[in-house]
Design a protein around this ligand. Structure first.
Ligand code: KIV
Length: 270
C-alpha cells in the first residue's frame, strides 16, 4: 500500500553523510520490534534506533539505567529481522562502554545482533573509545545534551546547554567526537541555536530531539509518534491524530521532517 515510500536500497552512514552535504533532511525513529521496523522501511524512514529508551517504553522501568546487554540484543535482533533497508543503530546500555576495552567487547555483540552502528552517550571523554571502535570498523553515533543514562548526575530530564559556558562545552565535545571519527550525533534537549551552531561546525550529520529544526535529521520515539505516552514530552508530536493508521502516521512524520515542517513552533523548547 505504501510501496512508493519504500526505501530503495540499504541506507549506510555514507548515505546519510551525503544527505547532509546536499542539505537533504532525513528521518530517524526509535523503535523496538520487527513489525514497527518493517513499517519504518516501508515509509521511508532512513534510520532506526533500537534505543535503551525501551527500558521505559517497553519494559516499565523508571529510567534507562537498568537496561541490560541481553535486553538490547533481543530487541536489536527483532528489529534487524523486520527491516533490511534502514540503517539500524543499537544503543549501548549504561556502563557497558565505561572503558574502551568494554566498549569493543559489548559493541561487537550489538553489531553481531544485527546493528550497523552503535550509539554511546557522552562528551570528550569518549574520543578514545570512538577512535578505537571506528578504527576497527564499528560505526558510532555519539549523543550529547540531555544524556538519559546520566539522569541521576544531571538531576532530572531538563534542557542542557542554556548558559554560554555549558553551550561551549557541548560544542567543543561535538567537535572532538567528530574529529575522533564519530559517524552521527544525537543532540537531545539543547537550545535550537546551539544545535544549529553544532550542525554547522561538524562534518557528521546531527539528529535532533528537542533541539529545534536546524539539525540534519530528527528522531522521535515510536510511542510518542503513535500517542502511546501518557505524558509526552513537549517536543514530540502524536502523528496518529492526523493519519488513518500506523503506516500513515509514520509516513506523515517522515514527510514532515524531510519538508522541514516538523518540528513546528509548538515543538521547539524555549
Ligand atoms: O534511547 C533512545 O531512544 C534515544 C533517543 C531518544 C535519541 O536515545
Amino acid at each position: 500500500m505504501y510501496a512508493s515510500f519504500e526505501l530503495e536500497r540499504l541506507v549506510t552512514a555514507q548515505t546519510l553523510r551525503k544527505k547532509k552535504e546536499q542539505g537533504e533532511k532525513f528521518t530517524v525513529v526509535a523503535l523496538y520490534d520487527a513489525p514497527m521496523a518493517t513499517m519504518a522501511q516501508r515509509t521511508g524512514v532512513e534510520a532506526v534506533l533500537v534505543g535503551d529508551s525501551l527500558g521505559m517504553t517497553v519494559l516499565g522501568y523508571d529510567s534507562t539505567v537498568p537496561v541490560t546487554m541481553e535486553q538490547m540484543i533481543y530487541h536489536v535482533e527483532a528489529v534487524a529481522r523486520g527491516n533490511k533497508k534502514s540503517l539500524i543503530m543499537g544503543d549501548m546500555p549504561f556502563m557497558t562502554y565505561a572503558t574502551p576495552e568494554q566498549a569493543i567487547a559489548n559493541a561487537t555483540r550489538i553489531m553481531q545482533a544485527g546493528a550497523h552502528m552503535v550509539k554511546i552517550e557522552g562528551g570528550a571523554w569518549l574520543t578514545e573509545t570512538v577512535k578505537m571502535l571506528t578504527d576497527r570498523g564499528i560505526p558510532v553515533c555519539a549523543h550529547l545534551g540531555l544524556t538519559p543514562q546520566s539522569v541521576h548526575k544531571l538531576g532530572g530530564y531538563r534542557v542542557q546547554g542554556r548558559d554560554a559556558e555549558h553551550a561551549k562545552q557541548i560544542l567543543d565535545d561535538a567537535i572532538q567526537l567528530d574529529q575522533a571519527g564519530a559517524d552521527l550525533l544525537v543532540l537531545e534537549c539543547v537550545p535550537a541555536t546551539l544545535a544549529k551552531n553544532i550542525t554547522e561546525s561538524v562534518a557528521m550529520p546531527t539528529i535532533g530531539i528537542g533541539a529545534g529544526r536546524n539539525t540534519d535529521a530528527q528522531v522521535l520515539v515510536i510511542n510518542d509518534i503513535l500517542g502511546l505516552t501518557e505524558q509526552p514530552p513537549k517536543f514530540s508530536k502524536n502523528f496518529l491524530v492526523e493519519a488513518e493508521d500506523i503506516p500513515g502516521a509514520l509516513r506523515k512524520y517522515a514527510e514532515d521532517v524531510k519538508l522541514g515542517l516538523f518540528p513546528g513552533d509548538p515543538h521547539i523548547l524555549k
